[in-house]
Ligand binder design. Structure first.
Ligand SMILES: *Cc1c(COP(=O)(O)O)cnc(C)c1O
Length: 489
């Protein structure tokens, strides 16, 4: 086995050290490099299990968890819709797993699929150009902020502020700050929407962008969006669309038409690719024409037939089929992820959009909105704002929303998102998505209402019927135990 320019040293504390100078491209035969003592072992204890034992082990583990295939999963803002199995089949096709270092000529099919997905997303969002690179919505926001910054700088127009409503997702604030901007938080109006007077007061020559989610995190459509766009553009700012709630608008309304200049798409929310624990997701970014030259590199484009003929002297594969190539946009902000991004996730988004088509996407948003409104009507908790799109925020009021969530697990359903947005006290942010039918919505409503009637004591000791009871949620997230050794402890 050859190992480039590196070896392990004997001393564990030193770890990995370059063997040769960075510039020396010589390879080292690792067979000659001694393994550090700490990594050597005389025996290896692997679990010795029969097939039935193994099958039972994994089945048992899967039953300890709750997923979107166990029952309703109304985690607001996250759009936990079922991920259809055919998308997995498409991504599992061996032809999908191309090595990222292959030459563009040898992966024309992959590039064509990238290009088509960019076009689909552009059409759905009303955007002129799209990059598939960012690996999550938050990463898309950051890329979008870098694009906004590069745009302003290209016009010698340094700006220092990004405006964000108080109801926005935490990643918006973080992305703007990471992009080097001062964040100006906008208070919401009484009706839960953008307060136009507060916006007017905050806008200035320093405004680089306003980041908005529409419908917002309360599930409310920003009815004044055209006026908002006019106001932001008037001071030379850009309008950024957080696409987390795009499921409410699919096939019906497009951020580009509302006046948004930049947007990200959470394909793991809207386009039925799996959510990961921080990844692998994907957060493609779309922009209007004037921002296309700033998109991350590389992008894919179709070489026109005449160009192909001119440069290679050969004809494209057939009359309608041009060839595809990678290129670096003129004033690109650079790379934001390796290669094309999380490619196998993007393939699933492509398959989902292609299978549903215009009509299917339209139908998905209609049912998502219908389901949210149906459920909001049936639960006993107070729902302070409305009318909603695809999600609503109820208030647990005198109960603790975190306790309500734990107790709902005992009724066999996944709880909603809790305690956010903070505009609603003890918030229960609920998004059933289009995949639930009436029976499962009724089941959810029964769980909500049963918990609403319960005493503080019953809630405090919940959950009682789950594999794990109350855990230290911070430690569980930070100190993952992933080996079978840990399970034995
Ligand atoms: C999920 C979410 C994000 C962040 O997206 P990720 O893909 O999880 O990084 C941003 N804004 C809103 C409103 C969200 O719900």
């Amino acid at each position: 086995m050859k190992y480039d320019q590196a070896r392990w040293t004997d001393d564990e504390s030193e770890g990995y050290e370059p063997l040769l100078s960075e510039k020396d491209g010589t390879t080292v035969d690792t067979d000659d490099v001694p393994l550090p003592e700490g990594l050597k072992r005389d025996s290896l204890s692997l679990p010795e299990l029969s097939e039935p034992e193994l099958a039972r082990h994994y089945t048992r583990l899967s039953q300890m968890n709750y997923g979107v295939e166990s029952g309703p999963y109304p985690l607001g803002s996250c759009t936990m819709k079922y991920n259809p199995k055919f998308t997995e089949d498409v991504a599992a096709n061996p032809a999908a797993a191309v090595h990222p270092d292959r030459s563009p000529e040898s992966v024309q099919g992959t590039l064509e699929l990238c290009h088509r997905l960019e076009e689909y997303l552009g059409r759905i969002g009303g955007m002129d150009a799209v990059t598939l690179q960012p690996p999550a919505g938050a990463a898309g926001e950051f890329a979008g902020i870098l694009i906004a910054k590069a745009y302003h700088e290209s016009r010698d127009d340094e700006r220092s502020e990004v405006l964000i409503p108080d109801a926005a997702h935490g990643t918006n604030f973080a992305s703007a700050a990471m992009g080097g901007y001062d964040v100006v938080e906008l208070p919401s109006a009484e009706d839960g929407r953008v307060d136009l007077d507060a916006l007017e007061a905050a806008l200035s020559e320093e405004t680089a962008a306003l980041m908005l989610t529409n419908p917002n995190t309360l599930g409310l459509f920003e009815r004044d969006i055209e006026e908002i766009a006019r106001m932001v553009h008037e001071v030379g700012g850009l309008l950024y669309y957080d696409g987390a709630n795009l499921n409410a608008l699919l096939g019906r309304a497009r951020p580009g038409d509302m006046g948004f200049d930049i947007m990200h798409y959470n394909v793991h929310k809207t386009f039925a690719t799996p959510h990961g624990g921080g990844g692998p997701g994907a957060g493609p970014v779309g922009v209007s024409e004037r921002l296309a030259e700033f998109l991350p590199t590389p992008r894919v484009r179709r070489v026109s037939q005449s160009d192909t003929e001119r440069s290679s002297g050969r004809r494209p594969r057939d009359e309608t089929d041009g060839e595809y190539e990678l290129f670096e946009p003129e004033r690109s902000v650079g790379k934001v992820h390796g290669f094309f991004g999380n490619w196998l996730v993007l393939i699933k988004a492509y398959a989902y959009i292609a299978r549903l088509g215009d009509e299917g996407l339209d139908d998905a948003s209609a049912k998502a909105v219908l389901n949210a409104n149906y459920l909001a009507e049936r639960i006993d908790y107070e729902v302070p704002y409305g009318p909603f799109h695809h999600e609503f925020v109820a208030s647990a009021d005198d109960q603790d929303a975190g306790d309500v969530a734990k107790r709902m697990l005992d009724y066999g359903v996944h709880p909603p998102t809790t305690k956010w947005p903070e505009l609603v006290s003890e918030a229960l942010m609920t998004e059933p998505t289009e995949v639930e039918n009436r029976d499962s919505l009724n089941r959810l409503a029964r769980a909500f209402n049963a918990v609403a009637d319960e005493s503080e004591d019953a809630l405090a000791s919940a959950p009682e019927r789950t594999a794990a009871r109350r855990i230290d949620q911070t430690e569980a997230a930070r100190d993952l135990r992933l080996s079978w050794h840990a399970l034995e402890d």
